[in-house]
Write a protein that binds this ligand. Structure first.
Ligand code: DGT
Ligand code: CA
Ligand code: CA
Ligand code: ZN
Length: 577
């Protein structure tokens, strides 16, 4: 649990107390401590488990709050917070997320206008009822209305990994549904897009009613948005939409092609069909003569594409970028797969903010079929994570030498470091230390809000450092949570090319950084990509496949990705002896 998450819990308590018009001093105490905890420079989780008596030494943290921190860290939640949540209508919590609506305003809306949901709030704003409440006014009303629209559109895309979990439960749920002959997902999920707006299910079923009833009975279904003869849309408890369409077997391929999209890809497909005197839609491909339409194909996607002389594009390619040029030239790239990856070059151990030992990470990597890993703990600047000083680096690397002796033949642990790029520029560790490592990652973790010129300069400086091998998560974005920093990527590509440096595709499902478009650009510049997990635990190694999906969307092949090579080959690539 991070300091920010602990602070969020305390802020939530303050919000809920304020909503209930609790004693303002009590509310302020929680708010102030939330701020203190958010800015605290050491890991509270660590202190709470290792030396919890130190918690009360933090400004404004008494015995009661210290106990709450320990409880949060140990159990992930607080009974006190749970109680408060139960006392406040769930829908009111959504009001609190609207910019311009704090707990006090939410309470006023709730008490005086009976508003409990976003829809009711929107209606009240549109009917100008909100502006007349004490402390609101016309401007606030407009602000709230804009906030509702933003909240409705921005927050509800799931990370691909989250959509995947949901999709797997659905697949399981439909497994023994009588009469279902085919079951497939289309849409952005099938294309492997990094976030997914809704899930699109296609089934062939003897009895459409039974299939739709099945979706209605899914444990996560909250309400049915719409239901017809062969289509249905539902919303899950968390507000996510799922569309289901039942199609005939002879249309399944056509429907799958159509609903996989992307829309832009389909526009081109339709145009090509028209030029051949064909019509293509979700029911099939039809030959048009006069006003007669004859079914030509539609059972499988391969058949549908074949009528246009096109290959069955991997779904990840269907974004109307290069795929039609590749097809015309008869050279679709052979996209990289998980099995092509031989090594993982970014991971943490319990020496810093990871949870496992070097041996445990190595064993987990071997179990996943890898033949090398680099241990890349944080450097000293990352004090929150207990980052490594030069002395601790050398000590860890000696330990790795020792552990390597006991590793089976054909497996190797590399001595690495994730070295911070300092706010003022320059590396967090001296060159003579970096020179001792097999593999040096350069990362920005601080000063992410710096202006474009400054942050770009820092990264270019790191690329020019002769001991740096790769820049990790080069844009720093966190999906749904934090924008990328203002880095001039063209300058980064040029510098990486000039100095023979590599760029990362960080496979963490919240990062996926570089993104697909950037990766394709980096490939154009001839820069080798490294797909890493940035694992902080043994299970963290499992995120590799999310990175592979984005690499495929970028059109990367095995040769574009550096860690498909053996360590010996890779070593040559980065110019190490
Ligand atoms: P999402 O859900 O926002 O992440 O993105 P998609 O691509 O899954 O979009 P969605 O769910 O609205 O529709 C699924 C696919 O169906 C889309 O990729 C292409 C196809 N499709 C939907 N509506 C239209 C349309 O109006 N025209 C065309 N050509 N295709 C459409
Ligand atoms: Ca969709
Ligand atoms: Ca949809
Ligand atoms: Zn890392």
């Amino acid at each position: 649990m991070t300091n920010a998450q602990i602070a969020d819990a305390f802020d939530m308590i303050a919000d809920l107390l304020e909503f209930q018009a609790a004693n303002p001093f009590r509310v302020r105490a929680y708010r102030n401590s939330a701020r203190t905890l958010r800015d605290y420079s050491e890991s509270l989780a660590w202190i709470a488990t290792q030396e919890k008596q130190k918690l009360t030494e933090i400004d404004g943290i008494g015995k009661d709050l210290a106990e709450k921190i320990v409880q949060l860290v140990m159990t992930g939640d607080l009974p006190f917070l749970q109680e408060l949540r139960e006392q406040v209508p769930q829908s009111v919590l959504a009001l609190l997320r609207i910019p311009g609506v704090g707990p006090k305003k939410a309470a006023a809306l709730h008490k005086q206008l009976g508003i409990a949901t976003l829809d009711q709030l929107r209606a009240a704003c549109e009917e100008h009822k909100v502006r007349d409440l004490k402390g609101f006014g016309e401007k606030t009303e407009q602000l709230i209305l804009a906030g509702i629209t933003l909240a409705a559109t921005a927050s509800l895309r799931l990370l691909w990994a989250e959509a995947d979990t949901l999709a797997n439960s659905l697949r399981e749920h439909f497994k023994d549904c009588p009469g279902v002959e085919q079951f497939e997902f289309g849409g952005s999920y099938r294309r492997g897009k990094e976030t997914v707006g809704d899930l699109d299910i296609l089934v062939v079923a003897a009895d459409p009613t039974a299939a739709m009833d099945r979706l209605g009975a899914f444990e996560q279904t909250k309400d049915v948005i719409a239901r017809g003869e062969t289509k249905m849309s539902i919303r899950t408890h968390s507000g996510f939409q799922i569309d289901l369409r039942v199609v005939a077997a002879e249309s399944f391929g056509a429907a799958l092609q159509y609903f996989t999209g992307s829309k832009e890809h389909n526009v081109i497909v339709r145009g090509m069909a028209k030029a051949k005197g064909l019509k293509i839609n979700e029911y099939g491909v039809f030959k048009v003569t006069g006003d007669k339409e004859t079914y030509v194909a539609g059972t499988s996607e391969a058949d549908v594409y074949a009528t246009l002389g096109l290959p069955e594009f991997p779904p990840e390619m269907r974004e109307a970028r290069k795929e039609f040029d590749w097809a015309a030239a008869g050279e679709l790239p052979e996209l990289i797969t998980v099995d092509d990856i031989r090594g993982d070059l970014h991971m943490h151990t319990h020496a810093t903010d990871g949870t496992a030992s070097i041996e445990e990470m190595a064993a987990a990597a071997r179990a996943r079929g890898l033949s090398y890993i680099a241990i890349t703990d944080h450097s000293q600047r990352v004090s929150m994570a207990n980052g490594l000083t030069p002395a601790r680096c050398l000590e860890q690397w000696k330990e790795i030498d020792r552990i390597n002796k006991d590793q089976p033949a054909g497996f190797r642990i590399l001595k690495g470091i994730e070295c911070d790029i300092l706010e003022k520029g320059g590396m967090d560790l001296p060159d003579d230390i970096l020179a001792e490592a097999d593999w040096v990652i350069a990362s920005v973790h601080y000063g992410q809000k710096q202006p474009r010129a400054q942050i770009t300069e820092r990264i270019l400086g790191a690329i020019a450092n002769p001991y740096v091998s790769m820049v990790a998560h080069p844009t720093g974005r966190l999906l749904n949570r934090r924008e990328a920093y203002e880095v001039d990527l063209d300058a980064v590509y040029a510098a990486a090319k000039e100095h023979g440096k590599l760029l990362e595709l960080n496979a963490n499902p919240m990062r996926l950084d570089l993104n697909d478009v950037h990766l394709a650009a980096a490939k154009q510049h001839g820069i080798p990509i490294v797909i890493n997990t940035d694992a902080h635990s043994t299970e963290g190694l499992n995120v590799l496949r999310y990175g592979i999906l984005q690499a495929r969307r970028a059109g990367l092949t095995k040769t574009d990705v550096a860690n498909t090579r053996t360590w010996l080959q890779l070593k040559k690539l980065i110019g190490k002896k």
